[in-house]
Design a protein around this ligand. Sequence first.
Ligand code: GYE
Length: 354
Amino acid sequence: MEQSRFRYGSAKPKKNPRQMGPIKLPKENKMNRRSFLLLSAGLTSLAVAAPSWAQELPKLKQKDKYKVGFAQTESNNPWRIAQTESMKAQAQKEGWQLVYTDAAGSAAKQVADVNSMIAQGVDLIFLAPREEKPLIPAVMNAKKAGIPVILLDRSVDPNLAKPGVDYVTFIGSDFVQEGKRAAEALDKAVGGKAKIIQLEGTTGSSPANDRAKGFKEYIKDHPDMQIVASQSGDFVRDKGRQVAETLLQAHPDATAIYAHNDEMAIGAIAAVEAAGKKPGKDIIIVSIDGERDALRAVADGKMLATVECNPKFGPKAFETAKRYAMGEKIEPWVINPDRFFDASNAKDMIADSY
Ligand code: GYE
């Protein structure tokens, strides 16, 4: 009720009174001035807290069937395609209508996609936010429109939007842990000594940020494991190949490549071979995802290992939405457990992979 009196509830963050300049006060009345200042201080703190109290997390009415949105980031790799298939298959199984959009690698388009889902009156939006900050408006617009959002596979900046407040929950892997596990596998294989080229994922995306963080955290206690170069390959195979080619030329002493996903690792294998070196011998390659081509490369000895990041979100996504509709309190992070694939098991996993 407070929000209607103070108007900040529906105001955009830009309207924060802190940014509106000083409030002019009548100098002649000291008492008035003091209470006015106290009042305005109170208002300021209310306004700062606005996102949490201004509006509650939208609810999901209990119904037999829903119309839900799934805002995908892009469809240029097997991981994304497997994720989309899993969501579509689950929607069909439940008999729910799925409004599917593909942002084709553009955060701006993804925001527009979410706006169009809002206009179409979907009951809930599954969003895979391409980058952590640019997708905040999508989350907030849906909230304002009273449509609950469940984040899938990637998250948003935790300082700008919060689970249980602005969106229901984040369903996904522990990317920091994935980075640590990749570093640990490399450490064991090379006896704690490596000059590493890092191929980063999409700049500003939560998996790229956290996979870098986890890896860095692990190697900080291993002084002979050094990152000699690090650059984004945008999670894309061919960009991974190009970046690896350039960085291998600039750092002929490199002995390892850590790629934030398998697609870039596969690209890197080609770059290593083009440089006249042997992947798996001269250059040890480790990455994350567990897609078919990477499992094959591990089985062939061209890659050391890949930490799993499972794209099959369908069952868990729809189940979480149903739990939410039933009024269950949803945990802020529904963690997907990850397996690990190396020479000991990669071959057996190929048949079942994507
Ligand atoms: O590792 C990558 C994809 O967001 C966790 O994005 C996902 C990552 C995944 O493009 O292959």
